[in-house]
Design a protein around this ligand. Sequence first.
Ligand SMILES: Cc1cc2nc3c(=O)[nH]c(=O)nc-3n(C[C@H](O)[C@H](O)[C@H](O)COP(=O)(O)OP(=O)(O)OC[C@H]3O[C@@H](n4cnc5c(N)ncnc54)[C@H](O)[C@@H]3O)c2cc1C
Length: 390
Amino acid sequence: MSDPVRQTLAAPSPLRPGPVEEAALDEAHARLAARCGDRVSRDLVLAPLTTFRLGGPASLFLRAESVDDLVALAATLAAVPLPLLIVGRGSNLLVADAGWPGVALHLGQRFRGVQVEGDELQAGAATPLPSVASRSAAAELGGLAFAVAIPGSVGGGVRMNAGAHGSELSDRLLWAEVVALGGDGGGSGGLESEAGAQGAGGHEGPSGSPPVNGGSGGLESEAATQGAGGHAGPSGSPPVDFGEPRRLAPGELGFGYRRSALRPDAVVTAARFGLEPAGEAEVRAEIDEARRWRRDHQPVNQPNCGSVFANPREMAAGRVVELLGMKGERVGGARVSEIHANFIVAADGARSADVLELIRRAVRRADEQLGITLRTEVQLVGDFDDGAAA
Ligand SMILES: Cc1cc2nc3c(=O)[nH]c(=O)nc-3n(C[C@H](O)[C@H](O)[C@H](O)COP(=O)(O)OP(=O)(O)OC[C@H]3O[C@@H](n4cnc5c(N)ncnc54)[C@H](O)[C@@H]3O)c2cc1C
């Protein structure tokens, strides 16, 4: 019988690529630095860019401040294929202590901002979701108050179809502007193995809308219509105009529960939402209520990544971990939260390996003691040396 820990943690994923040659990194660094200057760096530690405050360095890092920077990255990846990681606000990532062996992209300040026109709100992809919720209240628009308690960015939120309290971003999305970058991890298999196809997710929200099949409704089929002018997509996918912003409607994004069919190399740069008129006090009351709910039910003051596991079919993932008696269980500086068993919190000095060991224990015990398969909702990024310890 297959090992559930291996199934969960060692599934092939573009987020856990193999080692990358120094020479390739040097060449990519030189090419990118020629066009993006000091927005490019080597060996930048990712921990401060995640809500867990954990994780090692990205071998190459770009803080993009314009679509031109994204075009430069697409050109670099066409010349030097490297694994690509997009880091939003890092609120759904567990980055390995060993870090990320390829290039990590983070959208900078210029991708932040909100504009309101009538009942529509447009936000840059780096805008924090809580800011979007606040702006919607100030603009007397209802429909996005739920986003106040989701500590991600608009871009990460669109990719993950973030949601809470019975609503999700795809309910309100009019379009997302997306740029495909190419690179080593742009195949259609992508993030879906990790975050998708799992039934109901672990975060608060509507339970269990069926997973949507990736690829055909997403950027890949969209790109397939473009013909000449692009270059061959990774993993034999059709030609794509890398570096070209395209506006995609929700129907083209293949949304499912806490997932989209966006290719791993597709960067969301902006999104527009359709809202409805509402009194400011009414929206603010909804925001306050969502915040209060979080404070009462989640360990808001300790570094964490939100729900660690997606909800299995049988029951809430937090209930599974609680039944295993793991509340308060520690490994190194990581501990299963006493407040919510589907949260792991990290104290000073914690390592990603500590968190992973707690994840392994929960997965193994859930299988052995309850016959339940737990899968991670948090995305595991980089080399966790799965083979050795599983
Ligand atoms: C305390 C806490 C509570 C949470 N509660 C909820 C909740 O209620 N509901 C919920 O849905 N989630 C929740 N989350 C999880 C998380 O906030 C969401 O998944 C969020 O959408 C992630 O956004 P991010 O910007 O942090 O993305 P990251 O964690 O940085 O990345 C997540 C994924 O999105 C990709 N990505 C990031 N930015 C972009 C971009 N611009 N373009 C394309 N891809 C991108 C990354 O490559 C990665 O695959 C919670 C997390 C925490 C820490």
